[in-house]
Design a protein around this ligand. Structure first.
Ligand code: FES
Length: 105
């Protein structure tokens, strides 16, 4: 298990204990936990409804692939710190990462 931190709208950081040994994505863990992330396409990088902003720990993530970058280009609110949660497999290196669910619009 690792601990990652979800920043809420009020600036508070909510610790989430997540498993790293069963190949789950960040989107899958958030959906299972009832957090407000749609993941409409089921995790195949075709909808961008799973976008998250990485506030700390970005350097520990694998670079985005071409399909992820194409989807992020379609999001008007995306920044260099925005990633698709479905493309982020939880790994030990992500321990301590801080993120927020990207606001829509
Ligand atoms: S769940 Fe659709 S792009 Fe991530």
């Amino acid at each position: 298990m690792i601990t990652i931190y979800l920043m809420n709208a009020d600036g508070s950081q909510e610790p989430l204990e997540v498993p790293v040994n069963i190949n789950l994505s960040l989107m899958e863990v958030l959906r299972a936990g009832g957090y407000p992330i749609a993941g409409t396409c089921g995790g195949i990088a075709l909808c961008a409804t799973c976008a998250v902003d990485i506030l700390s720990g970005n350097e520990q993530l694998s670079p985005a692939g071409d399909q992820e970058l194409d989807m992020l280009d379609l999001l008007p609110q995306s920044t260099s710190a925005t990633r698709l949660g479905c493309q982020l497999r939880l790994r030990p290196e992500m321990d301590g990462m801080v993120f927020r669910i990207t606001p829509a619009g």
